[in-house]
Design a protein around this ligand. Structure first.
Ligand code: GLY
Ligand code: MN
Ligand code: MN
Length: 548
């Protein structure tokens, strides 16, 4: 069963830690609305339901239009007297039963939810009145009210609290408390994330194996099926949309309802657009210019005749609302083998990832992991001749030039959301020593000793989503990449930089972009990789060429 009551307890602990001293001794209450069922535009056609992440964290409840009322009375420890957790779900009505799946009965819901009490949502006003009477002086915590980011808490529930003489309602603390609690995962959550990764890893492998079949068999099966739709076993991959369709189909077959984010399926130089998600272009059959989206030549049946290019797929599904986030970059054309330039860039991205893995353990600041990727990139570019060897590595890092090739962060927290708990992810920026965000009531400058040019300039860290030390139980992505984006290279004046050999850079630009992304769990003294699909060159080329 989903450990909702433990999550409520952990959130109360975080809440109390955030509160000013004078508020800590008051009875604490959490009042939260779950997501409502959405409809497509102005119609009665339901959208697929996805529970709001914070509500799911505290209830494990996937029933639309539900509410949570949890209370903790200080004076005893949370362990001795855990909070009460009351869940309110809607009553099934005739139309629900006829048109869709109705909410469960109270008895059925009690079997699957780890809460103190379950009742119908219509009884919530009475429960709030009883709570106000039993807990005089209560501080009632909500998420930001009237914000499009969270489900609306109807005024009939919040008005009696605001009107009450001794109680008070506040939305200053709950968001940060929830994110602090969600930052480290328990065993149940790790297993859900592991399963999302296992399904998504298989889906990535399926795409690679179908690419390999295309190389091996050409379009024979398609030709044989002329005149009727192709069956799934006959699908081959000749364009981005087909790779996306196979990835999603593979996840759905295994019971996953949602993708954790829209898949990014980018071939050729489109791989340099970080969050490209048009996924609507054919593979190019001839040389392509940067961001040339059109293939003007007739299709060439044998995939090995396709102009060699990479296919970057950044895709991960959800399993019971927990995310995976995996990127693999694979060869297309060239008989399913990377070109020498693509292989060199791919191997360098693997080196960046290995250097990151080698650092992972509790206590290591994430800025450090990010910096090691920049230094690995600079060393690698010097080895490949893209950067000149005269200037030393520190000079190049200090110039900020590497950010034009690796413009995003090395990773982020992952959990119920793919970019999880943003409000507590940027605790301390180690480069400038400034405390960036840490929830309400904790904004104070923190100075670090080792702030110097060895960190490189702030632009190298601009899009780093995590700025804090790792802790046991955190789940993060490790996703270095190297891109040849005409826009970013132009802005950085890379071709005229004294650090760059422009002719060498031109040879690598057609690679477009390479990213390799795995999800890891930070353990007591090291890490565990939750992503199972392999990424070594030998295996990726073996599968994509149909040889393995
Ligand atoms: N899938 C988006 C990211 O990797 O952050
Ligand atoms: Mn990703
Ligand atoms: Mn990611």
């Amino acid at each position: 069963m989903y450990p909702a009551s433990k999550h409520v307890q952990k959130t109360f602990e975080q809440l109390i830690a955030l509160l000013p001293a004078m508020e800590k001794t008051k009875p604490q209450v959490i009042l939260l609305a779950g997501e409502v069922l959405g409809f497509r535009n102005d119609t009665d056609r339901e959208l697929t339901f996805r529970q709001e992440s914070n509500f799911y964290y505290l209830t494990g409840c996937d029933v639309p239009s539900s509410f949570l009322l949890a209370a903790y009375q200080p004076g005893t420890s949370l362990e001795q007297k855990p909070p009460s957790v009351d869940l309110f779900i809607p009553e099934a009505n005739e139309a629900d039963i006829m048109w869709s799946v109705p909410p469960p009965s109270l008895e059925a819901a009690a079997q699957i939810h780890d809460v103190t009490r379950i009742d119908h949502a219509s009884t919530l006003p009475e429960a709030i009145a009883a709570m106000l009477a039993a807990l005089p002086g209560a501080l009632v915590h909500t998420l930001t009210r009237d914000s499009p980011r969270f489900p609306t808490l109807p005024s009939e529930f919040i008005s009696p609290i605001i009107a009450n003489e001794s109680a008070a309602a506040t939305d200053l603390y709950l968001y940060a408390a929830l994110h602090n609690a969600r930052l480290t995962k328990d065993i149940h959550e790790i297993e859900e994330i592991r399963h999302a990764n296992a399904i998504s890893s298989r889906a990535h492998e399926v795409v690679m194996r179908v690419l390999g079949l295309t190389v091996k068999n050409g379009l024979k099966s398609a030709a044989a099926a002329a005149g009727r739709p192709l069956l799934p076993g006959e699908w081959l991959i000749e364009k981005e949309a087909e790779a996306e369709a196979i990835f999603i189909a593979s996840c759905r077959r295994e019971g996953s309802v949602h993708q954790a984010y829209p898949p990014i399926v980018a071939a050729s130089t489109r791989a340099s657009t970080l969050h490209y998600c048009c996924n609507d272009k054919e593979f190019a059959w001839g040389p392509v210019g940067p961001h040339d989206h059109y293939n003007n030549q007739p299709f060439v049946a044998k995939a090995k005749h396709v102009f060699p290019q990479v296919l970057l797929i950044d895709a991960g599904c959800e399993w019971r609302n927990y995310a995976a986030d995996i990127t693999r970059t694979m060869p297309v054309g060239n008989g399913g083998k990377f070109t020498p330039e693509a292989r060199a860039i791919y191997s360098l991205v693997l080196e960046m990832q290995d250097a990151s893995f080698a650092l992972l353990k509790p206590g290591v600041h994430w800025d450090e992991v990010h910096r090691v990727c920049h230094t690995a990139l600079i060393r690698g570019f010097q080895r490949l001749g893209i950067f000149r060897v005269g200037p030393n590595e520190k000079e190049i890092l200090a110039s900020g030039l590497s950010a034009a090739f690796f413009p995003h962060g090395v990773g982020h927290s992952l959990g119920l959301d793919v970019h999880d708990v943003p409000s507590v992810s940027k605790a301390v920026d180690k480069v400038t020593g400034k405390l960036v965000v840490f929830g309400q009531g904790r904004e104070a400058a923190v100075e670090f000793e080792n702030v110097d040019e060895e960190w490189g300039p702030p632009n190298c860290y601009e899009y780093l989503r995590l700025r804090r030390p790792l802790a046991q139980g955190m789940v993060v992505t490790v996703e270095p990449g190297i891109y040849f984006s005409p826009h970013l290279l132009g802005r950085a004046q890379a071709h005229t930089s004294p650090f760059v050999d422009s002719e060498a850079l031109k040879r690598y630009e057609p690679v477009g972009g390479v990213r390799i992304e795995d999800v890891v769990h930070i353990t007591e003294d090291t890490y565990q990789n939750l992503t199972t699909v392999r990424s070594d060159v030998e295996w990726v080329e073996g599968v994509c060429s149909g040889e393995l």
